[in-house]
Structure formats: C-alpha cells, structure tokens
Design a binder for this molecule. Structure first.
Ligand SMILES: Cc1cc2nc3c(=O)[nH]c(=O)nc-3n(C[C@H](O)[C@H](O)[C@H](O)COP(=O)(O)OP(=O)(O)OC[C@H]3O[C@@H](n4cnc5c(N)ncnc54)[C@H](O)[C@@H]3O)c2cc1C
Length: 397
C-alpha cells in the first residue's frame, strides 16, 4: 500500500514512522514544504534563547528515516490532490501516486493586515527560517517589537532580550497570556519579565508599521510610535487548509475529521493542527502526536479513536515557571493562593465541586496533581480547603 504523508512537522513525521513500524510492506512517502530535516518546533524558543543549537532540534536524521523505508522529500509542497486518479501534485508539477493520504499541514502564523505589514523586518514566529531571520536581525542589536503577549509572543520576547535586543511587547489586553492566565498571575509575569528588561505596552492597539523598505517602528492607536528594527507578529495561528480546500474536502476552521481521523474522503486522513475534530482544532503538540498514533492505527484497520482532553500551557523561557490547564473562565468559583514574598501564585477554578481549571505561577511542581483532578472530574469535596496547597496537604484529606 502506498501511503503519502503531507507535512513533516511533529504530527506527520510521527505518523509516517508509526505506519512504517506497523506495516513493513507499506511504501511510505513523507513530503514537507520546509527544506530542513524534521525538527522539534516546540524547541524553537530554546534555539532563539541560545539554549540549543539547530542540530539538537532535528528529530529524525535522513539515515534513520531511510532505515525505516520512509522516502523523505523535503522542500516539496503538495498543491493539489487528484482524488479520482489518486495522485498528489507538487508545486513543481511532479505527480505522486497514493492509496491513502495523511494530511498534516499544521498551521500558519497570522499576519495582521495593518499598513506596513509587508515591510522587510516584519516577521512571524513559526518555523526554523523565522528564527534564523530573528537571529540575524538580533546580531545588529537594536530594538524589537513583539505584537502579541500570548505564549509565543512572550517566548519570542524573552529570546530576543537574551540575544541583546531592547524588546517591547504590545498586547491588546491589560495582562499577558489572558487566555491561560488570570489577571493576578498575568501581572506577576509582566513584572518579572520587566525586571529582565522587557517592556510591555498594555492594553495597546497596533495601527501601522512604519518604514520605507525596512521597518523603523510601530504606530499605536493612541498615537505613540515605538522605534524598532524588527517586528515579530505573534498574534495567533490559522490551520493550514489550503491543500484540503483545493482538493474539495470538507473544511470548517480545519479539515473536518471523525475520531478515527478520517476526512470526508475515506482515503484521506488529517491530523494535528490542520484537523478539526468535533468542531475543535488543537494548537498543542501532545494531542497532535496522539492523533498521529490514531491515524496509523486507523490505516492498520484498528478501531482507535481520539478525544480531546484539557488543554495545558506552559511557558518555557521567561525565567519563571508558569503553567495553566483546563477552563479558567469567569463562570467558575476560584480559590486563590498568593505568596508575594516567594513570588508564588495559584488559582484554582471549580464548578459543581469539581476542579475545571488551574493556573500555577512560580512553583509548578504540582501540575500533574491538578491535571489528574481536572481529567478525572473527581469531586474535590473535603479537600477543597487545602486544595491550593498541593497534594501533600489536599491529597491526605
Ligand atoms: C515557537 C513555538 C513554540 C511552541 N511551543 C509549544 C509548547 O511549548 N507546547 C506545545 O504543546 N506546543 C507548542 N507549540 C505548538 C507546536 O509546535 C504545534 O502544536 C505542533 O508543531 C503541531 O504539529 P503539526 O505537525 O500539526 O504541524 P506543524 O508543526 O505546523 O507542521 C506542519 C508542516 O507541514 C508543512 N506543510 C504545510 N503545507 C504543506 C503542503 N501543502 N505540502 C507539504 N508540506 C506542507 C509545513 O511547512 C510544516 O512543516 C509551539 C510552536 C511554536 C512555533
């Protein structure tokens, strides 16, 4: 059986290797639009921060892929699928026959359509090439503006500051990472990053990027202009469904698939950030890898199904530990523990006597305990009073 995996990110690469392991007779081809060997996208922040070098990011060497009989085709973008003929067409016009396809095209970084967005020096934060562009700009020092104070924006800001740039983060809400952190933890985080020289403009609205050929600064809605030699847009991602749309598959926000990862065409599966399951697209690597395993099982004729669990977010390079999971919405009751001396903060979100979400700042050692409680939907009952103190106290009740 000829299996074509499109997209050599974490999901596509995991799926290709699992298919090859299960079926030694399968002819697996892995096509990736990027020129690099498959690499760990999550570790890009460690590369930017100088904690890792490029070779340490590579997850699959060519020899290892060959040993698994996987034909790896880098710098190969699939533009369309001729679903009647079972042929994939590359951007160079080559035709690749298939029996089954797994689409794992991931997401694209969103670029805000403000005036000046196409100037040289306006970057996004998604790929190895994006980080190479940031590192090359940082060699000249200067100032950087990061648009977006979410997880990725803060990791970009921390990395660029470590590389010697003067960094300002623009964020439309009054505290960073507002989707994962409540206002209390967000304020502590901004203060801590401020001590490392990172400035925050919050709430701030970007209206234009200034410059002629290259960026010279950004203009805010309140009239302020912040000088910058690079602008990094970290304002979110959009599932990359271009190929699926061009091929006539059922597409919502992502490529619609069932729990077995099958698309509207039974010969085509979709996994990872480009896939939409039960109306939801994921934006994290762990579920993308789980979906890769499910797709490999489906192709092997097994009945495996994927279902969503609580989202977990952890900040990697801000110099402080931040972790959040589950639903931290306003409809829940909250229990808060704040220890300013220790720079430690916890907020737990409860609904109908069950833990539904948690934010940990400063000390995240108990994250597994809280994640288990969220996932198991156990009633917290008598342990509620001690819950914020962690398992050593709450677990014993
Ligand atoms: C800097 C950074 C830090 C992150 N940190 C975390 C973290 O701490 N925790 C976490 O859970 N997640 C993190 N993420 C998100 C994580 O990287 C993604 O969830 C994960 O990469 C999704 O994997 P994927 O294989 O679905 O998609 P992707 O990794 O996006 O891979 C898709 C690949 O398909 C290629 N492609 C697209 N279209 C085509 C085509 N037509 N033909 C061929 N190839 C194509 C793309 O070029 C890309 O290489 C981070 C992301 C970034 C950018």
């Amino acid at each position: 059986m000829k299996i074509l995996v499109i997209g050599a990110g974490p999901a596509g690469t995991r799926c290709a290797t699992r298919i090859a392991e299960r079926d030694p007779a399968a002819e697996v081809t892995l096509c990736g639009a990027e020129a690099a060997l498959p690499y760990d996208r999550v570790a890009l922040s460690s590369l930017l921060a100088g904690e890792k070098a490029v070779p340490e990011l590579i997850t699959h060497e060519l020899m290892a892929l060959r040993a698994q009989r996987i034909a790896y085709r880098p710098a190969t973008t699939i533009e369309a699928l001729d679903r009647d003929a079972h042929v994939a067409v590359t951007a160079r016009g080559e035709r690749i026959g298939y029996d089954r396809v797994v689409i794992a095209t991931g997401s694209r970084a969103i670029r805000l359509p403000v005036p000046g967005a196409e100037l040289a020096g306006v970057l996004t934060y998604r790929s190895l090439n994006d980080v190479r562009a940031m590192l090359s700009a940082a060699r000249n020092g200067g100032a950087a503006v990061v648009v977006g104070g979410g997880l990725l924006g803060l990791e970009a800001a921390a990395g660029l500051a470590l590389r010697g740039m003067k960094v300002t983060v623009l964020h439309p809400v009054g505290w960073p990472m507002e989707r994962q952190l409540d206002a209390g933890a967000g304020a502590l985080l901004a203060r801590r990053m401020g001590l490392r020289g990172i400035a925050f403009a919050m709430p701030a609205q970007l209206v234009a990027i200034e410059g002629t050929v290259r960026v010279s600064g950004v203009r805010l809605a309140d009239g302020r202009v912040i000088p910058a030699s690079i602008v990094v847009m970290a304002v979110g991602i959009r599932p990359d469904t271009a190929l699926a749309v061009a091929s006539g598959l059922d597409v919502g926000r992502g490529i619609r698939v069932d729990g077995c990862m099958r698309s509207s065409d039974p010969h085509i599966l979709a996994i990872g950030e480009c896939a939409e399951v039960e109306g939801r697209c994921i934006g994290l690597v762990a579920p993308a890898l789980e979906q890769a395993e499910i797709a490999a099982a489906t192709l092997a004729g097994e009945d495996a199904r994927w279902s969503a669990r609580a989202d977990v977010a952890a900040l990697k390079v801000s110099g402080t530990a931040v972790w959040s999971a589950g639903d931290i919405g306003a409809e829940s009751e909250a229990v808060t523990l704040r220890d300013e001396g220790e720079d430690r903060y916890r907020r737990l979100f409860l609904r109908e006597d069950r833990l539904v979400g948690a934010v940990l700042y400063g000390d995240v050692a108990d994250s597994g305990f809280y994640l288990d409680l969220i996932a198991s939907k156990r009633q917290v009952g008598r342990m509620r009073a001690a819950l914020a103190l962690g398992p050593a106290f709450a677990g014993a009740v």
